[in-house]
Design a protein around this ligand. Structure first.
Ligand code: ATP
Length: 538
């Protein structure tokens, strides 16, 4: 498997990803996409929008779907009325637990710290670490030796009790040796930390002008449900899609772009009749998984995992995650790319009635000390009237919620390849190439004259000019052609078109395939058709 450091270096060197505000030392949890990264991410967003929304044919029943359905889009603001977040539950509940270390002054997410119980010299302590897997075990041993003042050759004096477990399993924090501490018991009790970024709207800075940067795009869809119904002719079942920035003040951003504080989501809220919602949940779970497979995450590093009952949020009757075994995670661990949740009628009811809480098997409006709704809903009617069956009901919602940055990171990790291929003299040489699906590749084709003379550049420029309005192509006439191929391989360009001596006599050019290195000839006027066909059939 690839080394993550090499991918990070390639991303920086070739302009996929930079740290935000790098010249000022960077800002933790924020990333910029460079000239190639922006193309990759746009291609991911566009593939998603096209496959889910604009190319969806509402007249036919897709494979595995309970019926035909419609899809429309929205683009909502990042800052919304604060009541949206009070009724959705984010204001009260969207938090992580953090612990502070009094000694190192560092802050940790409670559930991200792990550790192991160990006994030595008559004392039993919990050695905490931020690392997982083998790295976590090594780190814990190293820290325990230091704490008990033992040399490595006396490691057998450490009596370990059980594997690495979460810090959340430990009740007595006085026995914990914090991840960056030398003394015991320096971690504070866990406390809640709301992940929503706050700011103020307008000239006054008081409680009444406080607003939030959205932590998800979903709520913009729910609060526009009625607008969409009233302004279009969509009928249930239908979905509303939105792509846009979301913000979460993550306690410990980490793992490249995986956990960022500003990121982009691609979300669908799919509205259906309660009686068919299970079948729709199944459809979306499978459809979304297939989307990643079709775009190249086909290996064993991709999986679809159904949540256990205990993991489900209080309103959800089913959730599955699409996960990828990112190379920065310990072996056997997976990171979430997308969650598909059956959310019942929770969201629309929350925005009608007010913030809901579970009571027995049902959901009721949460009341304050005086018995009034804690957070009032909009009071607007968000039910749906089916004019054929004459039934009025609150639709159920299936939510496939994906992250564009995590998808980009997974496609980058999956694409990274090393092999050996003959150089321009036919000598086998190490090669790094990015095996992007052609739909996602930032540059679809490069156009080269074999040499910078005999009229070859003129023909190559003509081909380039003819392709450029239709596909993202790159022109290069500098240096040996072998080296030009390598530079394109490294950024994942699937095809290279070369004008050579034969072009001058019969008008054909060679097209070289990045993955197989096979070359074939087509007429110079057929390049666009050839590229379109190859990209469509990949
Ligand atoms: P996690 O448990 O990893 O924090 P989550 O379950 O809170 O994720 P959701 O609320 O389901 O995530 O958000 C939907 C999607 O948004 C995720 O699957 C992921 O792709 C993306 N996402 C969420 N948080 C982040 C983040 N901090 N950085 C990048 N992408 C994110």
């Amino acid at each position: 498997m690839m080394d993550m450091d090499q991918l990070v270096a390639l991303c920086r060197r070739r302009g996929f990803l930079f740290q935000s505000s790098e010249i000022y030392g960077g800002l933790n949890g924020f990333w910029d996409y460079g000239p190639l990264g922006v193309e990759l991410k746009r291609n991911i967003r566009e593939a998603w929008w096209r496959d889910m929304v604009s190319a969806h044919n509402e007249l036919v029943v897709p494979a595995g779907a309970p019926s035909a359905y419609e899809m429309v889009g929205l683009d909502c603001t990042i800052i919304m009325h604060p009541q949206v977040w009070k009724c959705s539950g984010h204001y009260d509940l969207f938090h992580d637990f953090l612990v502070d270390c009094r000694e190192s002054k560092r802050r940790y997410r409670h559930d991200q710290v792990q550790g192991r119980w160990v006994e030595a010299k008559g004392r039993r302590i919990f050695v905490a670490t931020e690392a997982g897997g083998d790295e976590g075990l090594t780190d814990a041993e190293h820290k325990a030796l230091k704490f008990f003042d033992l040399r490595a050759k006396h490691a057998d004096e450490l009596h370990w009790d059980g594997p690495l477990v979460s810090l959340t399993t430990v009740t007595d924090l006085s026995k914990v040796l914090g991840p960056d501490a030398k003394a015991l018991g320096t971690l504070t009790e866990p406390r809640e930390f709301n992940l929503m970024f706050e700011t103020y709207s307008g000239a006054l800075r008081d409680e009444n002008s406080k607003v939030f940067l959205r932590p998800e795009t979903a709520q913009g869809i729910f609060v526009n449900f009625k607008n969409v119904l009233d302004s279009t002719r969509v009928r249930i079942p239908f979905g509303i899609a939105q792509v846009g920035k979301s913000f979460r003040n993550e306690i410990t951003p980490r793992n490249f772009t995986f956990r960022s504080r500003e990121f982009e989501q691609m979300e669908i809220e799919f509205f259906c009749h309660p009686s068919t919602s299970r079948a729709w949940y199944q459809y979306w779970r499978d459809r979304r998984y297939r989307w990643y497979v079709e775009l190249g995450l086909a290996g064993e590093r991709l999986r679809l995992r159904d949540h256990e009952a205990a993991e489900l949020s209080h309103y959800s009757c089913g959730t599955a995650d699409i996960e990828y075994a990112f190379p920065f995670l310990p072996p056997g661990e997976f990171g979430e790319l997308e969650g598909i949740a059956h959310r019942g009628d929770f969201d629309l009811r929350s925005h009608m009635e007010g913030k809901l809480v579970r009571q027995g098997d049902g959901l009721v409006v949460e009341l304050d000390a005086e018995g009034k709704p804690k957070y009032r809903g909009s009071g607007k009617d968000l039910t749906y009237f089916d004019d054929q069956t004459k039934e009025r009901y609150v639709p159920h919602v299936i939510e496939p919620s994906a992250g564009a940055d995590r998808a980009a990171l997974a496609f980058l990790c999956e694409a990274y390849r090393e092999d050996t291929a003959p150089d321009e003299h036919g000598v086998p040489t190490a090669r790094v190439f990015m095996k992007f699906h052609p739909r996602l590749a930032p540059v679809k084709a490069a156009v080269f004259p074999l040499v910078k003379k005999d009229g070859m550049p003129e023909i190559a420029r003509e081909i380039y000019a003819a392709l450029k309005p239709h596909v993202n192509v790159f022109y290069d006439e500098k240096g040996a052609v072998g080296r030009r191929y390598r530079r394109q391989d490294e950024i994942g360009t699937p095809f290279c078109i070369t004008v050579d001596g034969q072009t001058l006599s019969d008008g054909t050019v060679t097209i070289r395939d990045r993955d197989t290195l096979k070359q074939w000839r087509v007429h110079k006027t057929d390049c666009l058709a050839e590229l379109r066909e190859r990209i469509a059939n990949s």
